[in-house]
Design a protein around this ligand. Structure first.
Ligand SMILES: C[S@@+](CC[C@H](N)C(=O)[O-])C[C@H]1O[C@@H](n2cnc3c(N)ncnc32)[C@H](O)[C@@H]1O
Length: 239
């Protein structure tokens, strides 16, 4: 997330659509038939790297990355998850789905994978990519509301929250809200996992929110990055 070096915006979340309004979140669909109805009549055209580049060029810090995560990054963020115990996992800011695809390979088909993406074109790509994967539900929506989105689907707790969101560039209030939702939503023994392309720079920021933060470096990514694996949410962020 290269743009995370920019100063924190004062007012609204980069998540809040301003200049580029999009369609309201689509209904969940009939899970028995197709949990991932197409976002539009035609799936977005072009390779994933182009869809991400285009999203980055048009939306800047809301996307914050010009390329999809590598498979090495995807494997690293999932490393250590006990797939036999994971009943449900939510992924925030899934982009074109490199992490989702790796999850689908590893997860028990009964594990519910809820994927939230704000950008309608990227969401269309996700729905097209996972339309035949019944345990994946792709939601066109705002991850700052992921607690409500899960509750609407009857999911009070998840085992892990995976985030590709450019959290450091979110206003502090929006970031606090996301992390507070994660804290009350993650089941005992679960984790909050955050990817980054600015290795270790935001370590202290995550330490403000979590008691235990481990960083895993991922050299083979464009650009090189890593993953924070966080446990033990602090009731109030350390100043
Ligand atoms: C750095 S990209 C990561 C994409 C993907 N996870 C990957 O690893 O390639 C960040 C993604 O978060 C999405 N995003 C940003 N703000 C969001 C929000 N409030 N709700 C949902 N998605 C959001 C962007 O549209 C973008 O797809």
């Amino acid at each position: 997330m290269p743009s995370t070096a920019t100063p924190e915006p004062a007012a609204t979340s980069p998540a809040a659509p301003a200049a580029t309004p999009h369609a309201p979140p689509a209904p969940a669909g009939d899970a028995k038939t197709n949990p991932n109805p197409p976002a539009s009549a035609a799936a977005p055209k072009g390779p994933d790297w182009w869809l991400m580049m285009r999203a980055f060029l048009t939306q800047g810090k809301r996307v914050a990355s010009f390329a999809p995560s590598s498979r090495f990054m995807a494997r690293k963020i999932l490393d250590g998850i006990d797939w036999d115990k994971a009943g449900s996992i939510v992924e925030l800011g899934a982009g074109t789905g490199p992490i989702t695809a790796e999850m689908v390979k590893k997860a028990n088909p009964k594990t519910r994978l809820v994927v939230i993406e704000l950008d309608p074109i990227l969401c269309g790509r996700l729905r097209d990519r996972f339309r035949d994967t019944p345990n994946v539900e792709v939601i066109l929506g705002d991850a700052t509301k992921f607690g409500e989105l899960l509750a609407e689907r009857g999911i009070p707790k998840v085992d892990h929250v995976l985030s590709g969101l450019p959290l450091p560039s979110f206003p502090a209030a929006a970031r606090d809200a996301i992390l507070a939702t994660a804290a009350r939503t993650i089941a005992d023994g679960g984790t909050f996992r955050q990817l980054t392309v600015m290795p270790l720079i935001y370590y202290k920021m995550y330490m403000r929110y979590f008691e235990d933060v481990r960083f895993r470096f991922v050299p083979f990514n464009l650009p090189p990055g890593g993953v924070y694996v966080c446990r033990g949410f602090r009731a109030a962020p350390v100043k």
